[in-house]
Design a protein around this ligand. Structure first.
Ligand code: CP3
Length: 369
């Protein structure tokens, strides 16, 4: 399906950016860099603006676009990531959920049993990602306002992967080992599959809406997939992740498939199944801080663009230690066809933002390698 005529990828504003080029496997004069959770509590300008509840801020287009732009102005990163949350499509689908500060998503009630799953999927949800009068309108409008200000800097849209969403839904709140979710997977595999398919369609529509409205790339976050064995991931999770990504695949600027908005697949602790993350339908794979990029590249046949993987804990280290770590990440990233520098997980809220600005300068000064 073609992107709209005024989309930044169509007009060419972002097609030649280092970020889009890297996700498509081509290196530019600079290695692009952005940070997961670059918008947020590490920035005083964010803390000043964020007064009301988190999800309400996400659904107010003036607020979501302003917060998205803050780290681009401050750090000169090579991409913005839309300020939203993985549970926004669940809220828009009618689920009672809030973000409890310091805790994460908390639901009015858990989807704990097969009967709960059946009740959930009985009323099909259509979030209508293409329509301005649909439930995703505040997301589409926030994206539009953002890209109108970004010029040649690409906006990345994102969504939570079905497993990570299901892990929250089944537990009703954040958990450590996602035992209730993994139990349902084995107690009632059919109910589990219905739940994951529902999550895939809701989260896929959220990702598709952001790309259609102006995002030049998309990232699927499977933050909790690391609690799964490779076998369970392959059998019970990967098909739903592929289904979510399919909602956002093939959105092209021209008739040429190579002009599609590229997709990134990121998981935490997913070293055991990196090829499966790629095969789910991603152009690039995000690597957490546990596995060196050269090793990750080898596992992917040195054929897949990589994103990562500065250790967030290193952001607090003395600059010479951090600088050496960033240079090491750049060096190991040379093994892949292309590299987008990022953290191996999100920016900790108490990070000194000047450290992030300094990393951007270091990566840009290091040049194309
Ligand atoms: O800059 C960016 O990366 C864009 C914004 C973004 C947020 N959440 C904003 C946010 C993104 C990409 C997310 C995704 C998200 N949300 C994930 C996947 C990425 C990851 O970190 O693994 C997950 C697991 C969630 C669920 C969630 N939402 C958690 C665990 C929390 C933290 C709760 C807390 O207070 O410790 C949130 C809330 C949240 N999402 C905040 C932000 C800036 C903090 C809320 C606040 O400032 O009040």
């Amino acid at each position: 399906r073609p992107l709209p005529a005024d989309h930044p990828l169509t007009g060419g504003a972002t097609a030649s950016s280092p970020l889009v080029q890297a996700y498509r496997g081509h290196r530019s004069a600079v290695t692009p860099v952005w940070f997961m959770r670059q918008a947020g509590r590490s920035l005083p300008e964010y803390r000043a603006l964020r007064t009301g509840p988190m999800l309400e801020a996400c659904l107010d287009p003036a607020t979501s676009s302003e917060i998205t732009l803050q780290p681009v102005r401050r750090h000169h990163v090579d991409a913005a990531i839309f300020f939203s949350d993985i549970v926004i499509p669940l809220r828009l689908a009618g689920i009672g959920v809030q973000i409890a500060p310091g805790t994460g998503p908390v639901f009015d009630r858990a989807i704990a049993t097969a009967a709960d799953v059946d009740a959930l999927v009985a009323a099909p949800v259509d979030l209508r990602p293409e329509d301005d009068d649909g439930p995703l309108q505040p997301v589409r409008e926030g994206v539009r306002r953002t890209v109108a200000q970004l010029g040649a800097t690409p906006l990345i849209g994102f969504a939570g992967a079905p497993f990570t969403l299901a892990a929250y839904l089944v537990e009703g709140r954040p958990s450590r080992d996602h035992l209730a979710a993994r139990r349902l997977m084995h107690v009632d595999p059919q109910a589990w599959a219905r739940l994951l398919q529902w999550c895939a369609d809701v989260t896929g529509a959220f990702l598709r809406a952001q790309i259609l409205a102006g995002a030049s790339a998309g990232q699927l976050f499977d933050s909790w997939a690391g609690s799964l064995s490779r076998a369970d991931y392959v059998t019970h999770v990967a098909p739903a992740s592929a289904r979510a990504l399919a909602w956002a695949r093939g959105l092209t600027a021209t008739a040429d498939a190579a002009s599609a908005a590229p997709l990134v697949h990121f998981g935490l602790g997913t070293g055991a199944f990196l090829p499966e993350l790629h095969e789910a339908g991603a152009d690039a794979v995000g690597i957490d801080y546990r596995m060196p990029l050269d090793q990750a590249s080898t596992r992917l046949g040195d054929a897949v663009p990589l994103q990562g993987n500065i250790d967030p804990a290193m952001l607090a280290a003395p600059w010479p230690v951090l600088e050496q770590h960033v240079r090491d990440v750049l060096e190991r990233g040379r093994r892949a066809p292309a590299h987008v520098v990022n953290l191996g997980h999100g920016v900790p809220p108490d990070t000194d933002p000047d450290v992030l600005t300094r990393i951007v300068r270091l990566v840009h000064d290091a040049g194309a390698r």
